[in-house]
Design a protein around this ligand. Structure first.
Ligand SMILES: [Zn+2]
Length: 308
């Protein structure tokens, strides 16, 4: 039998990490024994594991500056771990009560209910409920969360670049799930507070564009002051429907990657156009920034809008 036995999570200290996984997530402490680093200093071999699971987590205390620097960022901000549970609501409520930080509200996906949370180190996890039909396709879909290319040139990235790349990643995920290639996210106080994808196909609803999904989730879960000071990032310039929704939501800054006119040329559509023209009709001003990294934004559309 071949299987992944252990995955290491780099943490600052053993005890808080053990408490998090055992007390909050309900894992078992499988092993906690003395060991030594390759440099000869003492460490502990600490393994936790969900009951009945095969794959465990090695809680590795950061040794030195280089390791300390990646605590909580092992996956460069992507979701790196996926925890599937039988009773989503019970787990979610227990974790919220225990103070676990969730990045967004629970949402329903074709592969089950999902909510993104941060572990004790700050790594992103998906909490996943049971798949509607527990077949291989669902498991694959869940494992593809957070997949995609790694952004290049991180050293010179602006914040707008960084968030736009994340929006493009979400668009790629949407496409991988059989939806249209669009993604959007909301940033407030220099952090992502919500993410959304296009779900037109999976939810069989032509209005479920990424930006509209995002605006609806924002109003259901976030305080209005937070929404008003937030920025919406989207992989492709918003269509007229979403431009309207963004305006009515109170969001007053929009950053996009791929221009609507370019998409229109690609998809043989003339309905979408510069969103600035719509926003400009309002007395309350909305700042529009873009195109940002349009070549990267274009990539997710390639081969999708073929009419043949
Ligand atoms: Zn739209």
């Amino acid at each position: 039998m071949t299987f992944v036995q252990l995955v290491a999570i780099v943490v600052h200290e053993y005890e808080p990490a053990i408490r998090f996984f055992v007390d909050v997530l309900g894992f078992e402490l499988v092993e906690d024994s003395p060991a030594t680093t390759t440099g000869g200093s003492p460490k502990r071999w600490v393994v936790v594991r969900p009951p009945d699971a095969q794959t465990g987590l090695l809680l590795a205390r950061a040794d030195g500056q280089q390791q300390a620097a990646i605590v909580g960022n092992q996956h460069a901000g992507r979701v790196g771990f996926f925890l599937r549970v039988d009773d989503f609501a019970a787990h979610y409520q227990r974790m919220v009560a225990a103070g676990v930080e969730f990045v967004g509200p629970p949402r329903k996906e074709p592969y089950g209910q999902v909510a993104v949370f941060l572990d004790i180190a700050g790594n992103r996890w998906d909490l996943l409920g049971p798949a509607p039909q527990a077949n291989q396709a669902d498991v694959r879909a869940a494992s593809q969360l957070g997949s995609g290319r790694t952004p290049q040139g991180a050293a010179t990235m602006t914040d707008d670049d960084k968030y736009i790349r994340r929006a493009i990643d979400l668009a790629r995920q949407a496409r991988e799930r059989g939806n249209h290639p669009f993604g959007a996210l909301l940033v407030a106080d220099e952090r992502i507070v919500l993410e959304a994808e296009n779900t037109v196909v999976s939810q069989n609803n032509p209005t479920h564009h990424a930006e509209l999904n995002l605006v609806q989730a924002a109003w259901q879960t976030l305080p209005s002051e937070l929404i008003r000071r937030s920025t919406l990032y989207t992989s492709t310039e918003p269509c007229p429907m979403c431009t309207g929704a963004i305006f009515w939501s109170g969001i007053r800054r929009v950053v996009f990657s791929f221009p609507a006119l370019d998409l229109g040329a690609m998809a043989h559509d003339r309905f979408c156009g510069p969103c600035r023209q719509l926003f400009e009709r309002a007395e309350q001003k909305t700042e529009v920034v873009g195109p940002i990294l349009p070549d990267e934004g274009r990539q997710v559309h390639l081969g999708f809008w073929t009419t043949a």
